[in-house]
Design a protein around this ligand. Structure first.
Ligand code: S3P
Length: 432
């Protein structure tokens, strides 16, 4: 438990920063590099706890993965060369590792057991287990396979035609990865587009995948994956904290370099523009289906907005920091259709509402979101991070608009996605 005491800040954010590599893309590069034949290099990988859970999992499955500074070298031997692990696989806090790996392990001819930390062990797994069982997977575990620990006896799979009942990239990805091992074609239909990094990376590694209109994705086991060099752009979900700080602190003018700008992830930029923020994108480039560029954000007066429907999956991880931004906008902000937040690392609707209430905000919890009435000054005080990285970082950014000190009970969770978060914060905006 690492407690932190933050003073009110009095310097605007001015200058240029880099944020670490994208978490979702790093997981997928490690996964596909481990299934491909040959040497895959992953540069600017996210060197954080969640990604190490994926690296260590593939090391336990017999893959050599070496780290040198911010580069990973993965010596893949082809997807059928993975070996039965002699120990249970530990996924820590990482939902992406757990769910994507379940798809892969279902198609491999050996036995695995797996578990996570207390948060992950209570997150829903039935949404993955059910379609995988339809493909022929043999999975059993706690509470009728709804929760980790789970055991998988991998084997033959057959392709299915599956319409996603939840808007989840993890569910989509687990089925597509299982499709790499299945006989016939696997088709996934998504009604609302979720992050598409798995599709982009499967295409880059040479898989037989097609993405048709109306969210219809097809994959088969026809082609072997080939090793690649993957350069990971900065994570927009990490950039979001500094974008927010600059947008709400008077006088700020910040450039965040080389940030991923995949349209399935940029909902926060659209919402901020709608709220009246000054956001400019410069030097945009695209490679392997992933776009990236520099984001320039300046302070401006913000107004409330409504966030609902198809945009929600494009900003699902940014809702805690958007709620903080909304406390500094004139008028009300309504967030709905976001009940998925209740099954993240913690119940993020409860966590963020409690935190902002403790800091004096005017905010109300609803079943599938929240309503924030702005603009209110924040008081400071003692807040809980609920051992959730995104709640801890949101609390730290609240110190930009709080009148008094903020004490966060435990900040160790930031290591899950952004170990250097506080260094960047102090570098760009020291306290008086
Ligand atoms: C992720 C997908 C999202 C997101 C999570 C990372 C991914 O989860 O919240 O942080 O890398 O696929 P869901 O698929 O459950 O919405």
């Amino acid at each position: 438990m690492e407690k932190i005491h933050l003073l009110p800040r009095n310097t605007p954010l001015v200058g240029e920063i880099h944020v670490p590599g994208d978490k979702s893309i790093t997981h997928r590069a490690i996964i596909l590099g481990s299934l491909a034949k040959g040497i895959t290099k992953v540069t600017n990988f996210l060197n954080a706890e969640d990604c190490w859970r994926t690296i260590q999992t593939f090391q336990s499955l017999g893959i050599t993965i070496e780290q040198q500074h911010s580069t990973l070298t993965i010596r893949g031997k082809g997807k059928c060369a993975l070996k039965e692990p002699s120990i249970p696989l530990y996924f820590g806090n990482s939902g992406t590792t757990a769910r994507l790996l379940l798809g892969i392990l279902s198609g491999l001819p050996f036995f695995t057991t797996m578990y996570g930390d207390s948060s992950l062990n209570n997150r829903p797994m039935q949404r993955i287990v059910q379609p995988l069982k339809q493909m022929g997977a043999c999975i059993d575990g706690r509470s009728h396979s709804q929760h980790l620990p789970l055991a998988v006896r991998g084997g033959k799979l057959r392709g299915i035609h599956y319409t996603l009942p939840v808007n989840s990239a993890q569910v989509k990805s687990a089925i597509l990865l299982a499709g790499l091992f299945a006989e016939g074609t696997t088709t996934v239909i998504e009604k609302v587009e979720t992050r598409n990094h798995t599709e982009n990376m499967l295409r880059t590694f040479g898989a037989d995948i097609t993405v048709e209109r109306h969210g219809c994705i097809k994959i088969s086991n026809k082609k072997d994956l080939e090793a690649r060099h993957i350069d990971i752009p900065g994570d927009i979900s990490s950039a979001a904290y500094f974008i927010a700080a600059a947008a709400i602190f008077p006088g700020s003018n910040l450039i965040i370099k080389n940030v991923g700008l995949n349209e399935t992830r940029t909902g926060i930029l659209d919402v901020l523009k709608q709220m009246g923020a000054s956001i400019m994108i410069r030097d945009k480039k695209c490679m392997n289906g992933e776009c990236f560029g520099n984001i320039n954000v300046k302070y401006s007066n913000l107004k409330g907005t409504i966030i609902e429907g198809n945009i929600v999956p494009r900003l699902i991880d940014e809702i805690p920091i958007i709620a903080l931004i909304a406390t500094q906008a004139e008028g009300s902000t309504i967030i709905r259709d976001a009940s998925e937040l209740r099954v993240k690392e913690t119940d993020r609707i409860k966590a963020i509402v409690n935190m902002l209430l403790n800091l004096g905000a005017n905010i109300k919890e609803t079943d599938d979101g929240m309503i924030i009435y702005g603009k209110t000054s924040l008081t400071g005080g003692y807040v809980q991070s609920y051992a959730d990285h995104r709640i801890a970082m949101t609390a730290a950014i609240a110190s930009f608009v709080a009148d008094e000190d903020i004490v966060i009970d435990d900040i160790s969770a930031v290591d899950v996605s952004y170990p250097g978060f506080f260094q960047t914060l102090y570098q760009i905006a020291p306290t008086a």
